[in-house]
Design a protein around this ligand. Sequence first.
Ligand code: NAP
Ligand code: GDD
Length: 334
Amino acid sequence: MSKRVALVTGILGQDGPYLAKLLLEKGYRVYGMIRRYSNPNFSNLDYLGITHEVEYVEGDMTDEASLLNLVRVIRPTEIYNLAAQSFVGASFEQAKLTTEVNALGTLHFLNAVKYFSPTTKFYQASTSEMFGLQNKDGFQDETTPFHPRSPYGVSKVYAYWITVNFREAYGLFAVNGILFNHESPIRGLQFVTRKITDGVARIKFGLAKELRLGNLDAYRDWGFAGDYVEAMYLMLQQSQPDDYVVGTGESHNVREFVELAFKFAGIGDWKKYVVVDPQYKRPAEVPNLRAKADKARKILGWRPKVTFEEIVKMMVEADINRYQDKITTNQSSQ
Ligand code: NAP
Ligand code: GDD
């Protein structure tokens, strides 16, 4: 059997490296798409030790021809479309860019598959942000209607439906993974979990005196990115394409995350350090997210392995180690 080939977009982000590592372990040849940069940042791939095992190709979600050409030349077995303007907060200020990257970018890829490689299986990184205000008895599952609350959420609803449409209209193996929040030590620094763990590490080493946050009352279903990429892979190994909700079924608010992070860092009363700053509040908020992932459990056999407490601890320890290493390096170079 010839080697399976995966094209992963968003390879320099959080999920790309975890997914690439999983696929490499399974024997795939992995192409990672990066956009044109004079100095691309490989630090997340470095963190997982796979920078030199991925083959890099250039493409931009806003440049249709670049995506058509990649699919035409590589003709991958599977495409994992993870690239996005993924920060909800920024999407209010950069709604058009967010739409072009997340919504039209997905359409470009689906067209590429339709015209150049119709047997390629396509994974779309859909999101619990699409549910927004909606829930059923406090949960969201595959039957919950969408009510997005941000330009990011709206763009992802388009991407979700165009993926379903290409599956139904052209018979493509195209699926949506509706993933709830997932975190890790390589989460982007602007997302609240990493902002908190980086912040407590700075406070611990005397590099910061406070941590400024927005809404502490938002509830999220936080899982571990390393677990969630397994669900992505499993969705493309099924005999039939379908859409799945992926989450832990547990929900915690931002305040609880903060409390635990300060506790694991060994810093006393968190209230002395946290300042609520209106600039970090959003014009429209998603108040409660909690997954009912029974379908993924039953059909994919997927379940999360890392608990909420373990994620917070893992992230706090990783950030403390990073600052410790920097301080040690600085001291030894003096
Ligand atoms: P991330 O860390 O923000 O990574 C997104 C990647 O997309 C970045 O590497 C970025 O490249 C790339 N990108 C942005 N604009 C691009 C463009 N115009 N052309 C090509 N690449 C572009 O996101 P993540 O947390 O890994 O999430 C992966 C995907 O899952 C995203 O689609 C996100 O919306 C979705 N999702 C995430 C979560 C979550 O909790 N993490 C939950 C549900 C869904 P640069 O490095 O060059 O900036
Ligand atoms: N980023 C950030 N910064 N969020 C804050 C802050 C802050 O200082 N203070 C409070 N929050 C609240 C936000 O208002 C939100 O309710 C919650 O913390 C989580 O914010 P983020 O970590 O930015 O994530 P998100 O839930 O908006 O979006 C993430 O998860 C989605 C899946 O539900 C992103 O990864 C999206 O790309 C993903 O689709």
